[in-house]
Design a protein around this ligand. Structure first.
Ligand SMILES: O=P(O)(O)OC[C@H]1O[C@](O)(COP(=O)(O)O)[C@@H](O)[C@@H]1O
Ligand SMILES: [Mg+2]
Ligand SMILES: [Mg+2]
Length: 330
């Protein structure tokens, strides 16, 4: 089986990008080790701190953030980094060619129940001039690489450098990431959806109507039964979509009018949208392709609807309708 390094050598990408991706992969091996030791290493539970988004940081959020930060600072290829767990962008090296945005530990609420967590990353080109937050505010189309590492029963790296999507599985004996699936393709159609149903009463009319029709199954307008899954870690839900199709959404809601969206554009939605499009799927807010959004802030949040192309198109049809005269469907 091909190693990650061998695979990257064949991709006709700059050597500096190869080295950066290998650094990210190596760090994820250490994270995988830490996650595996769980309570034995005293890494479960929360800290006393909050991140810039007002979320209480878990111990492992802080540990994994520091691991990635240290590795990227030592890599020599990174101009600056941005993380869910860093209030501001972090300048790294003036000679670095890349900017890296990452969610060091996605699915934090799963840590203490020994369930799926992962790391998500996005690589952008570094622009000339002084490094500021503005340097990072490039649309998702500018990404030169993106991926995630899923710390599940096996540790899997999903990666794109804009030439399709590949899965690499960590061999725990040799410590090598080995290519286990190339040219990953998301099925065009699906009968599986993923959404946090407890927010139903807070969604906008198009999503209310779309999900209500899925739930009606064979007796509804879709004339087929749908199954539902929710891992509560985007990394796990998107991995399932890449493996066997599906539609995953964290839509707009009015639960907290100051926070209508949950997922973060720069280190959750953009890298996942890049992977999904590279695997033949679609990723949208309901009104615009995720990858076309012009970012306004490093911690900006967006609505996300992604997955099997035909199902996302169907969901978009609901968003194109005019609901202004309708009674709320609760
Ligand atoms: O708590 P909910 O509504 O199930 O939200 C789950 C979502 O929140 C997230 O866990 C947010 O990520 P973090 O754990 O990195 O904050 C997503 O991965 C997931 O899709
Ligand atoms: Mg996350
Ligand atoms: Mg996180």
């Amino acid at each position: 089986m091909q190693t990650l390094a061998q695979h990257l050598q064949q991709q006709a990408i700059p050597e500096s990008l190869t080295q950066l991706l290998l650094t990210l992969a190596d760090t994820s091996k250490s994270i995988s080790q830490a996650v595996r030791h769980g309570a034995l290493a005293g890494i479960l539970g929360a800290t006393e701190q909050e991140n810039v988004q007002g979320e209480t940081q878990k111990k492992l959020d802080v540990i994994t953030n520091d691991m990635l930060k240290d590795a990227l600072q030592a890599s020599g290829h990174v101009r600056g980094l941005a993380s869910e767990e860093e209030d501001y962008v972090v300048p790294v090296s003036d000679a670095g060619e890349y900017l890296v945005c990452f969610d060091p530990l996605d699915g934090s609420s799963n840590i203490d129940i020994n369930s799926l967590v992962g790391t998500i990353f996005s690589v952008l080109p570094a622009l000339q001039g002084e490094l500021t937050e503005q340097s990072f505010l490039q649309s998702g189309r500018q990404q030169v690489a993106a991926g995630y590492v899923l710390y599940g029963p096996s540790t899997i790296l999903a990666l794109t450098v804009g030439k399709g999507v590949s899965f690499f599985t960590l061999n725990p004996d040799s410590g090598a990431f080995l290519l286990t699936q190339d040219d990953v393709q998301i099925t065009k159609d699906t009968a599986e959806f993923a959404i946090n149903m407890s927010n139903q009463r807070f969604w906008e009319a198009p999503m209310q109507t779309y999900i209500a029709d899925l739930l009606l199954g064979k007796i509804g307008p879709r004339e087929k039964s749908f199954n539902m899954r929710w891992i509560a870690a985007m990394v796990g839900d998107v991995h399932r979509v890449l493996c066997r199709g599906g539609i995953f959404t964290y839509p707009t809601d009015n639960k907290n009018p100051e926070k209508p969206y949950k997922l973060r554009l720069m280190y959750e939605a953009n890298p996942m949208a890049f992977l999904v499009e590279q695997a033949g799927g679609k990723a949208t807010t309901g009104y615009q392709s995720i990858l076309d959004i012009q970012p306004e802030a490093i911690h900006q949040r967006v609505a996300v609807i992604l997955g099997s192309a035909n199902e996302v198109d169907t969901c978009l049809e609901y968003h194109a309708e005019d609901y202004s005269g309708d009674e709320p469907t609760l």
